[in-house]
Design a protein around this ligand. Structure first.
Ligand code: FAQ
Length: 311
């Protein structure tokens, strides 16, 4: 009966065995994974836009080639993750419809603008840095297809983080104007990067259950703290100042203590009122419309092949 199935499922999870698409799983586990994996996939796809904005204006051929490769990687991660979500019984069309209708979430971070080249550096350093911190533990997620997708994605994110840090280093060691640009980008991306990890543990509604299911291996606050502890010394190395007057090292706990996060801003962005929410969705909708003929042509071609094969 159902209780036994659920118990057997939980013992498998407890024993660190992987759950695969054809295995029995509680419906709530399936729905949680569809929610998280699809939000993750949408984030990768919308996440191409802030940096894509700089492809035509990258300051050198090398920077341009690297940036194109990075943005393409993010697109690939999105496709990979849509495939992982599809193993749970939802179609890619349905997921994309939800994104374009504005009913699906994607990461808050991609609703901020990229007015200068230093933003490309700050995104690689901070946003990809935060993404890795969050995603390395997902390589050990209980759901097989998600965990396996994350292995390659993390390797690529790690290269992205390094390219971002290298841009920041070049700017921080450049002219006074370049250093000012790097500092300004850090000022604007720091707090939104901390918000990427999600609400405080006290208000995170899914964490406890997702930890029991080993979809999440650490809480939002734990990962945020790890990110701060690793990133603050990197800012110091760059000679830049983290825009938090309350930030201090705590000898006793061996962690940095940070000032309050503006959760009102986070909620506003989630409600669709961040600086670029409308623009991002508008761009995705336009891309979807403009790609319609490609999808139609591919379908017509597949039809023709099928007709030929069955003759
Ligand atoms: N933005 O109860 P929790 C990337 C929502 S990295 C928007 O704590 P959960 C790489 C949450 O969905 C970015 N919404 O939820 C890249 C839930 O809403 P719901 C993507 C957020 O799931 C780099 C509600 O708040 N990474 O794309 C955010 O246990 C550079 C309550 O929150 C992932 O998605 C937020 N920041 O924990 C690409 C990683 N935070 O669904 C291009 C996988 C929370 O009930 C360039 N995801 N919410 O309506 C996760 O690890 C988790 O889903 C969390 C949230 C940690 C994000």
């Amino acid at each position: 009966d159902a209780v036994t199935l659920e118990q057997r499922f939980q013992s498998k999870v407890d024993a660190d065995e992987r759950i695969e698409p054809k295995d029995w799983m509680p419906d709530a586990y399936r729905q949680t994974l569809i929610r998280q994996i699809s939000q993750h996939a949408h984030s990768e796809i919308v996440g191409m836009l802030p940096e894509g904005n700089w492809i035509t204006r990258a300051p050198s051929l090398r920077r341009k080639a690297v940036l194109i490769a990075k943005v393409q990687d993010e697109g690939g991660h999105g496709m990979y993750l849509y495939s992982a979500a599809e193993t749970l019984g939802i179609s890619r069309d349905e997921l994309i419809e939800q994104l374009l209708a504005g009913t699906a979430k994607y990461s808050s971070i991609f609703n901020y603008p990229t007015p200068t080249w230093a933003d490309v550096g700050a995104i690689g350093w901070l946003v990809d840095g935060a993404a890795i911190m969050n995603q390395i533990p997902i390589c050990r997620c209980s759901y097989g297809p998600y965990a396996r997708a994350m292995v390659r994605i993390c390797k690529e994110e790690s290269f992205h983080q390094r390219q971002g840090f290298e841009i920041m280093m070049t700017l921080a060691r450049g002219t006074a104007e370049q250093k000012r640009m790097a500092q300004d980008a850090l000022n604007r991306w720091w707090w939104p990067s901390l918000m990427m990890f999600g609400p405080n543990d006290a208000t995170s509604k899914h964490t406890a259950q997702s930890m029991r299911w080993k979809i999440k291996r650490f809480t939002n606050d734990e990962l945020r703290q790890k990110f701060i502890d690793i990133t603050v010394p990197q800012a110091e190395y760059l000679g830049l100042k983290v825009p938090d007057p309350d930030l201090r090292w705590d000898e006793q706990t061996q962690h940095y203590i940070h000032g309050p996060i503006d959760w009102k801003e986070f909620e506003d962005v989630l409600k669709g009122n961040g600086p670029c929410n409308r623009e991002r969705l508008e761009t995705r909708r336009r891309a979807h419309d403009e790609g319609r003929w490609v999808r139609e042509a591919a379908l017509a071609y597949a039809e023709k092949q099928r007709a030929r094969d069955t003759q």
